[in-house]
Design a binder for this molecule. Structure first.
Ligand code: SF4
Ligand code: SF4
Length: 138
């Protein structure tokens, strides 16, 4: 009977019409991404506000996009730190390998998903921008 599928379709439309919408009025309304979401990177900080990165280079080695640049420095106490740490956000594929490989949990992928810039240079995440991102989180 040809009418039955038609009625089923209309019934489905009617049900959807009165159900709660799953869409949001972005950008006025923003959703918190799922906990497993891998968004914009940020650096974990110590009490002094410095990165906890020990410049081991594991994230650089594991990155499949080859988009992490690390310049290693050494403090007077012999501990290593990143003089320069940069991620090319245009090459990054947000795989999360850097976060997984980091032995001190210094580099992390946060909840940020708004990544729109006017110039290509602004897509480079520097040590300073990684430290200033997600203030107060975690
Ligand atoms: S998320 Fe993946 S591609 Fe992006 S910097 Fe980390 S390891 Fe590289
Ligand atoms: S972010 Fe982690 S893995 Fe990368 S250099 Fe620093 S300590 Fe090593």
């Amino acid at each position: 009977m040809i009418v039955l599928p038609l009625l089923k379709g209309l019934w489905l439309t009617l049900r959807r019409f009165f159900s709660k919408p799953i869409t949001v009025q972005y950008p006025d309304v923003k959703r918190v991404p799922a906990p497993r979401w891998r968004g914009m990177h940020y650096f974990d900080k110590d009490a002094k506000g410095e990165t906890t990165c020990v410049a081991c280079g594991l994230c650089v080695a594991v990155c499949p996009s080859n988009c992490i640049y690390l310049e290693i420095g050494e403090r007077e106490d012999g501990n290593r730190y990143p003089i320069r740490y940069e991620i090319d956000g245009l090459r990054c594929i947000f795989c999360g390998y850097c976060q997984e490989a980091c032995p001190v949990n210094a580099i992390r992928l946060g909840p940020g998903y708004e990544y729109v810039k006017y110039s290509r240079a602004d897509f480079t995440l520097t040590k300073e921008s990684l430290l200033s991102m997600y203030e107060g989180k975690e």
